[in-house]
Write a protein that binds this ligand. Sequence first.
Ligand SMILES: [Zn+2]
Length: 529
Amino acid sequence: MVQLTFYGGINEIGGNKILLEDGERRLLLDFGFPYKRHKLFYEEYLKPRPGAGLLDPLAMGLLPPLEGLYRDDLMTPGLWHEFRQTKHYRKLDGVGGVLLTHAHLDHSGHIAFLRDDIPVYSTATTAFIAKAVQDSGKADFDQQVCYFDHKQPGRPSGWKQEALLTTDKKQQRQFCLADAELKALSEDAVKFWLKSPGQKPLISCSLTGHSGCSFNLRCFPVDHSIPGACAWGIETSSGWIIYSGDLRLHGKREESTRKFIEEAGKLRPRALILEGTNVTRETNVAEREVYDNGFKAIKGATGMVIADFPPRDVGRLLTFLQVARDTGRKLAILPRDAYLLKTMRLLEPEIPDIAQEASIVIYQDTIASKSPNQWLQNLCKEYGSKMVLAEDVRSAEDKFILCFSFFDINELPSLRPKPGSLYVFSSSEPHDEEQKIDFGRLHSWLRHFGLRGFGLPVEKNGDWEIPEAERGLHASGHACGPDLLDVARGIKPKVLIPVHSEHPDFYADNFRGSGIDIVLPAVGGTIEA
Ligand SMILES: [Zn+2]
């Protein structure tokens, strides 16, 4: 009997943590960061204590109490003694790996806690994006997906309280690439992977009867708002179990999602674990509409243009690159986006080469360190002639589209755009109170500098809505309700298990009497498949 236990992603969007057990064989399906629960207790300046290791996330219910699953160096004395009585506690050995669907942190962001001998199965693109994001970002200790700082108990002199102190020793997690032959990777790609200290070489995994995980696996590329996303198929003693990850049918790679539906359907699966982020939406905005609407908005603009879209959405970046070409502007991207593009090009040669692409420049933002990180130093060396400064943009405002997100808006005092300059918002509307507060802040920034927002949600009686005439500038990473029903009908599992949704009842309402049984999981609950 196959058992599926859901430790995250239930009645929330993201934080997926699913344990699949078939006798003695075990796998995790994603091991994501639970943003919703995290925000209940923490904010930017109130975080789990890095020196407390596993204690904080276990005590606050951010990690399931599974003894044997986590890294030894994060263990404080007597830790499990504290948690043996908690709900859902159990001993867990023999997890053969994590099947990671994509590099969004709500799917990958708790992998850092797992025992270091648990490998991650992913596409090559997902592995490379995860590393690029970690190299160029400020990953907290609990979001270190590809490699992590080893910890050791100790105390500074004069301090009595012992803690887990960060050492210089970096350790890398084993990644097994599901869709790439290692010998087909370029030398530069292999070098990129091995550049950080302590990195283990990549291995490619044979998906049938892999010695480590002992399941037959299928990896299906799907379309989502980050490249490299996939769905997984696992052959168990009860039949195939399909796990969708996040997907859509209206992006540039929609064909891959259609192929997934067809191929997964042929397996006549026992169960389908399906996302339901946008079940309440009736329609989607397609990526090509984003181009059309973005072009229309920017075409007549006379001053500076800032485009705000989600980080890591390379597809959207390419959409705005086309808008830049067609409006006679240059796309000014931040160094971290340049690093990501360069990384993706190691695997996908159709990604533009920054050095050769006349319409891309790199905006050098204001940093405060005399010796920036290695990745940034290398980037400056490689693309020196492509770097533009705030003063370059100021002196030719109508020649650029700046790619900023909300958290880069603090560059405006250096840029001082002409009043009436354009801020094009191409991202999702606020979902929680914290995001609404951020939108209030964004509006204050725009007012202060006299910028004109376009596609930007405005507050109306406590609700935030995009003005009617300015819609269609964001294509969601997730399929709408009717498309999700098509996914389920096409795959036709015996059992459908909704995850990653605040409205899982949607599936029950739509499939009553259809021959597809809907089983709603509970947090920490087990479903027998
Ligand atoms: Zn996602």
